[in-house]
Design a protein around this ligand. Structure first.
Ligand SMILES: NC(=O)c1ccc[n+]([C@@H]2O[C@H](COP(=O)([O-])OP(=O)(O)OC[C@H]3O[C@@H](n4cnc5c(N)ncnc54)[C@H](OP(=O)(O)O)[C@@H]3O)[C@@H](O)[C@H]2O)c1
Length: 218
């Protein structure tokens, strides 16, 4: 598959590129092509150093990157994602768009701050063409851990979406990351529950002297 990572130059984008490059063509997308090319080179270099196979990681602008791909990962902060997608709307056709976006703010503690649509995923769906299939996943995965290929991620990933085929594709992609277990979380309107767990996990970590917590249902 061809996978574009919007915001692929940032924290969690790196981990997806490294984890999926052995099976998929990855486009690292950025507002600045030079930044994208530099990150793509660094990620490819890291895989090469570790002797791992890489189908290809290339860098490009956000506009170029998303046009001819099967899957787009939205790996940009909540505060910028809606404007960004409005500007890129014409580049979308029927891609699967994965939102891992969490709207939250910090007062004394982290707080979930959903938009009036109920969740980031539902707001994102509203600004994209109807032909795009929005799936919500990976909100509770730590960027640091995802990028450390030597770590086995023994966590669950709740996947929400209204298109069953698109949800299945994202669950299959999740299976490709060693030990991550995808769980069907229902329709996109359930995304608020899983998005809201992220600030809760961060607060739990701070209160208990832990870091980079994930979730597992047993
Ligand atoms: N970090 C985590 O552990 C984690 C875990 C789960 C979910 N998430 C979610 O994943 C998303 C990305 O998180 P992150 O920590 O990777 O973010 P980040 O490193 O702060 O930013 C990712 C990328 O977003 C792009 N970006 C930043 N501001 C932008 C703007 N105003 N307009 C357009 N693009 C902009 C930048 O790419 P360019 O400058 O190259 O364009 C940046 O490299 C967030 O929505 C977050 O809620 C994060």
């Amino acid at each position: 598959m061809k996978i574009a990572i919007l915001g692929g130059t940032g924290s969690i984008g790196e981990g997806f590129a490294l984890r999926w490059a052995s099976k998929h063509d990855i486009s690292i997308c950025s507002r600045e092509v030079d930044r994208a090319v530099k990150s793509a080179g660094e990620y490819s270099g890291e895989l090469q150093e570790k002797g791992l196979f890489c189908c290809g990681i290339t860098g490009c602008t956000n506009e170029e990157g998303i046009r001819d791909v099967d899957v787009v990962i939205l790996s940009v902060p909540y505060g910028s994602v809606i404007n960004l997608l409005r500007n890129l709307r014409d580049c979308f056709r029927d891609q699967i768009v994965i939102s891992l976006v969490v709207p939250m703010k910090k007062n004394t503690w982290f707080e979930y701050t959903p938009p009036e649509q109920g969740s980031a995923a539902l707001e994102i769906k509203e600004v994209l063409p109807e032909t795009v299939k929005v799936v919500s996943a990976y909100h509770n995965i730590s960027a640091k851990k995802l990028a450390k290929l030597e770590l086995t991620l023994d966590y669950d990933v709740v996947v929400c979406g209204d298109d069953e085929d698109a949800k299945r594709t994202v669950m299959d992609l999740t299976h490709e990351i060693k030990n991550l277990r995808p769980l069907d979380g229902g329709g996109l309107d359930s995304s608020c529950m899983i998005e809201s767990l992220t600030p809760f996990l961060i607060n739990l970590a701070i209160r208990n002297g832990l870091s980079d917590l994930g979730i597992k249902f047993i």
